[in-house]
Design a protein around this ligand. Structure first.
Ligand code: NPW
Ligand code: ADP
Ligand code: K
Length: 476
């Protein structure tokens, strides 16, 4: 963001004009969403505080009763100092007594320049805002939230709304920042679009615009083999997982889905879905010939496969074919403490889809303290594969550093079996030749959209049935 500001200023827009637009946007959001009431604007010593003085001035001009309290005077010569001198009222020191009348709080303490956990009176007033449950509007980010990671440094106010500028930051999408930001309002403050091209961001909010063009549409001359043939390597005991993967893969548009499992379980799979091809589980040494012979373009291994050497060897054999491969669930747990073995085996496009527990088993040194985005990027670089780390704020990262954060998944998806559905969708997109990064991003978005379409009472089995409509809409 600093770079965006710098480039905008270099393009002839004054820093103060940006601050004026930012503060005005904050005032606009407040006026649009709250009735007139006492407002307390908390200003920090930097430009975030500068936005606060501007917002305070606009609210006062609109007839609101505004108290401004500052942690300290902005450094002279800065834009924030200019904004402070244009505020016509007095500036009080920050003090908890200012909250006594339960004002609407505008939090302009720290933004992009947060350098350490808030302490002293800043920390005390953040804690008190939360204790009293006051309505709070964050400027840029809730103070204490790291905009790059969504992590909280020490403490941050729980905001009803946050007004940010130019572009959402990862911290608005990643937990816990996303929960603390409330509803996020993105304001155009006059930074030209060309600046975005210069910055070349490497992290995006997941959106169909990123991958829609790469979805494979059915063509007149298609037959079932040209639309992707996915192999699902499933298990003998937990058959539900493999069935969900296969069902989702078929609804996502694969031309053919074959499922290989121990012979005794095949009748269960065959009875469940007449359109599913069932095969006896091959020996790892036979997998390449099977995939080649049947023109299988991708393979999903792991859901319901069982943890252990058998699954590990099949996953390694799948990778050795050089065809697109997705490893999930048991195929990931089977490599706990052995991630370097997995990394050394990567030949072709490879996607893993761990949840938090599976991620920790593979990458125990990449703990939560690093922030999800950094964890996933590091894991992807280390593995040489695309990593889709699931959750309410699923992150997809590629080894080259590209990343998307997904924010369309409803909490109704927290239900057993939904991860298997995700693996099936992604498996089909891989089988159709979509690059692994885009396939993962598209799959997680479709999964979230399917979850929203079903809503309350969702079970995993519902999700594949939403896919035809969603795909139709994406194509129109
Ligand atoms: N043209 C632009 O630039 C535009 C910028 N915009 C706005 O500017 C914001 C970024 O401004 P910024 O870079 O000045 O940083 P900011 O977030 O105010 O904090 C830095 C100050 O806080 C201090 N400090 C930090 N942590 C602290 C702590 N825990 N406890 C105590 N102090 C702490 C730090 O002190 P120091 O580390 O130097 O001791 C420094 O004084 C951005 O979020 C957006 O709102 C918009 O107006 C659009 C145009
Ligand atoms: N609170 C939540 N909000 C949105 N999506 C969620 C939430 N919790 C879980 N999910 C999604 O639900 C799916 C669960 O997958 P997983 O943990 O592998 O379960 P299972 O193995 O039972 O299928 C993942 O796609 C995950 O992102
Ligand atoms: K803030």
């Amino acid at each position: 963001m600093r770079e965006a500001d710098r480039l905008a200023i270099a393009a002839g827009i004054s820093g103060y004009a940006l601050m004026e637009a930012a503060g005005q946007a904050v005032a606009r959001v407040v006026i649009a969403n709250w009735g007139r009431r006492p407002v307390l604007v908390l200003c920090g010593p930097g430009n975030n505080g500068g936005d606060g003085y501007v917002a305070a001035t606009h609210l006062r001009n609109a007839g609101w009763s505004v108290v401004v309290a500052a942690l300290g005077a902005p450094k002279s010569g800065t834009d924030a100092a200019v904004a402070a001198t244009r505020w016509p009222g007095i500036v009080a020191p920050v003090d908890l007594s200012l909250l006594a009348e339960r004002p609407l709080v505008i939090d302009a303490l720290f933004g992009a320049g947060l350098a350490r956990p808030p302490d002293g009176v800043a920390r005390a007033i953040i804690d008190e805002i939360n204790r009293l449950g006051l309505d709070c509007v964050g400027v840029d980010v809730p103070s204490g939230v790291d905009g790059d990671s969504g992590q909280v440094l020490g403490a941050a106010p729980r905001c009803r709304a946050t007004v940010t500028f130019f572009r959402l930051k990862p911290g608005h999408l990643l937990l816990p920042g996303r929960a603390l930001a409330g509803s996020v309002h993105l304001a155009d403050i006059g930074i030209p679009a060309a600046v975005l091209e210069r910055i070349q961001p490497r992290c995006w909010r997941n959106d169909p615009a990123l991958w829609r063009d790469q979805l494979r549409r059915p063509r007149l001359e298609d037959h079932k083999y040209t639309r992707g043939h996915l192999l699902v390597i499933a298990g003998g005991a937990m058959t539900g997982a493999g069935r969900l993967v296969a069902r989702a893969a078929r609804r996502a548009g694969a031309g053919m889905v074959s499922l290989a499992a121990p012979a005794e379980a095949l009748p269960i799979y065959a009875a469940d879905q007449p359109g599913l091809i069932t095969l006896a589980l091959p020996k790892p040494s036979d997998l390449a010939a099977l995939m080649q012979g049947r023109r299988m373009s991708a393979c999903v291994v792991g859901p319901g496969s069982g943890v252990g050497e058998g699954t590990r060897d099949l996953a390694l054999a799948a990778l050795a074919t050089g065809r697109s491969c997705l490893a999930d669930a048991d195929a990931l747990t089977s490599f706990a403490g052995k991630v370097e073995v997995l990394a050394a085996a990567v030949r072709g496009p490879f996607l893993i889809t761990p949840h938090e527990g599976e991620f920790n088993r593979l990458f125990p040194d990449l703990g939560a303290g690093l922030g999800k985005l950094a964890r996933v990027r590091t894991a992807a670089a280390r593995l040489g594969a695309v990593v889709l780390f699931k959750g309410a704020d699923s992150v997809v990262a590629a080894p080259d550093g590209r990343a998307v954060v997904n924010d369309n998944a409803p909490p109704d998806l927290a239900s057993a079996g939904t991860g298997d559905v995700l693996a099936g969708i992604a498996g089909t997109l891989l089988a159709q030749g979509m690059p692994a990064f885009e396939a993962a991003a598209a799959a997680v978005w479709l999964h979230g959209a399917a979850g929203s379409a079903v809503g309350r009472g969702l079970i995993a089995e519902d999700l594949p049935e939403e896919l035809p409509n969603l795909l139709k809409k994406l194509e129109s």
